[in-house]
Design a protein around this ligand. Structure first.
Ligand code: ZN
Length: 429
């Protein structure tokens, strides 16, 4: 049995806002948290891997609830175009040429970036998820992976998802989702089938809904209703768990409707700002009881996978758009990336908190930096003052993947060079 002791550390449990252990320890046994206590560890030390958390704050590993991880390869490619032109002229032609080795290289680049900014789990939608699953195993990161169903080949694509589910259904790190791309890129028949398969195998659904006004218009012209209502008509939400990226253009009726289901809206503020898609009605959704999580979207529309930076933007944009400085507080924002995200993937009793019996996905943020002091309000410092690079140590599923800023599971230099070679190679293909 492997045992890790994190000691001398301030602990944010995310159980309650005022539950902060000012100096304590966390004992990890194999993949689980076994003790979370105030004060000094007095038990047996032999065989323990000790992490001194002095000057650090421990919190649950962050969960990026919407990304397309291999799109790190497309970082900065096709800059400055609106969404539809950017997809049609740049992104989709590039992606047509990718093979599974390219995708593996891009996924590893994204995983380094995520670990180094405190993300321990991510919800992904991309082609050839098998290659991304392999990267998750090598990087020791927790992935919720869905191969997209899009356009006319959805039958074949859904079969691939079912096969991938069969392959990884007992895996500790890799979880498979059903990923109908969106109501505007699939037929009603395909959407219905996605809902049915998800119910049959009890797999969550990952989908884009109401990202842009273009999408709202396409759907309105075709069905005379909203993207969310089309999904409801197709039975996507019925007895399913749905993780819906964007939800930018939800109207009040859409919000009331999704609040009745096991539904999570994933807020992607930087991508929505960069592509001028709009501002998701996050405060309104939360007030109506909708679970809201947070994502970066792909690195090509962000342009990074830094969830700490994303949290800052998330809160600022809601404060500004609601004309209310109290909107989406630091603690509420941190919930989007921890407890709410755990609920989104159906693991609220195992993930997103530092609590006995929970999976040991824990990050340590370095409070020794000038911009982190004085530590007057720990939540404010993490959400508004911290940089991604302040994440010092990262543990996923009871394994240390980064210690004192050094990656242990991945060769950073080699992965960066490989990704750069792949980009040039694909462009010239
Ligand atoms: Zn997306």
């Amino acid at each position: 049995m492997s045992k890790i002791l994190i000691e001398n550390v301030k602990i944010i449990t995310m159980e309650k806002q005022d539950e902060i252990i000012s100096r304590g320890y966390v004992l990890i046994e194999d993949s689980l948290i076994n003790l979370v206590e105030e004060g000094e560890y007095t038990g047996e030390r032999e065989g323990l891997e000790i992490i001194d958390g002095k000057g650090c704050v421990a919190l649950p590993g962050l969960i990026n609830c919407h990304t397309h991880i291999p799109m790190t390869l497309l970082r900065g490619y096709g800059e400055g175009l609106p969404l539809m032109r950017w997809l049609n002229e740049k992104i989709w032609p590039f992606e047509m040429k990718l093979n599974s080795e390219d995708i593996y290289a891009g996924a590893l680049l994204g995983m380094i970036e995520m670990v180094k900014s405190g993300t321990t789990s991510f919800v992904d939608m991309y082609f050839m998820e098998d290659a991304i699953a392999k990267a998750c195993k090598n990087a020791n990161l927790r992935g919720f992976l869905g191969s997209p169903m899009i356009g006319d080949f959805w039958k074949q694509q859904i079969d691939e998802s079912i096969a991938l589910f069969g392959k990884y259904k007992d895996d500790e790190l890799v979880n498979v989702l059903i990923a109908p791309h969106s109501p505007y890129t699939l037929s009603m028949e395909a959407l219905k089938q996605a809902g049915e398969v998800a119910r049959k195998y009890n797999i969550p659904i990952h989908i884009h809904i109401a990202e842009t006004m273009d999408e709202v218009k396409i759907i309105s012209d075709k069905y005379n209703t909203t993207p969310a209502k089309v999904c409801e008509e197709a039975g996507i939400f019925e007895n399913n768990r749905t993780i819906a990226a964007h939800c930018v253009h939800f109207n009040d009726e859409d919000i009331d409707m999704v609040s009745k289901y096991d539904f999570t809206a994933v807020y992607n503020p930087q991508s929505n700002m960069k592509l001028a898609s709009g501002i998701a009605p996050v405060v309104k959704m939360i007030n109506k009881g909708v679970n809201v999580a947070i994502g970066t979207d792909g690195a090509s529309s962000n342009n990074n996978l830094n969830l700490i930076e994303e949290m800052q933007t998330a809160s600022y944009l809601q404060k500004l758009s609601n004309n209310d400085a109290t909107a989406l507080s630091a603690y509420e924002t941190l919930k989007l990336a921890t407890v709410n995200a755990a609920k989104a993937v159906g693991m609220e009793d195992r993930l997103g908190k530092i609590k006995k019996g929970y999976l040991a996905d824990i990050i340590l943020i370095d409070f020794g930096k000038p911009h982190m002091n004085p530590p007057t309000d720990v939540y404010s410092n993490i959400v508004f003052s911290a940089q991604g690079g302040d994440v010092r140590t990262v543990i996923v599923n009871g394994k240390v993947v980064m210690k004192d800023y050094i990656l242990l599971s991945l060769d950073e230099k080699e992965i960066i060079e490989r990704a750069n070679r792949v980009f040039v190679d694909v462009i010239n293909r």
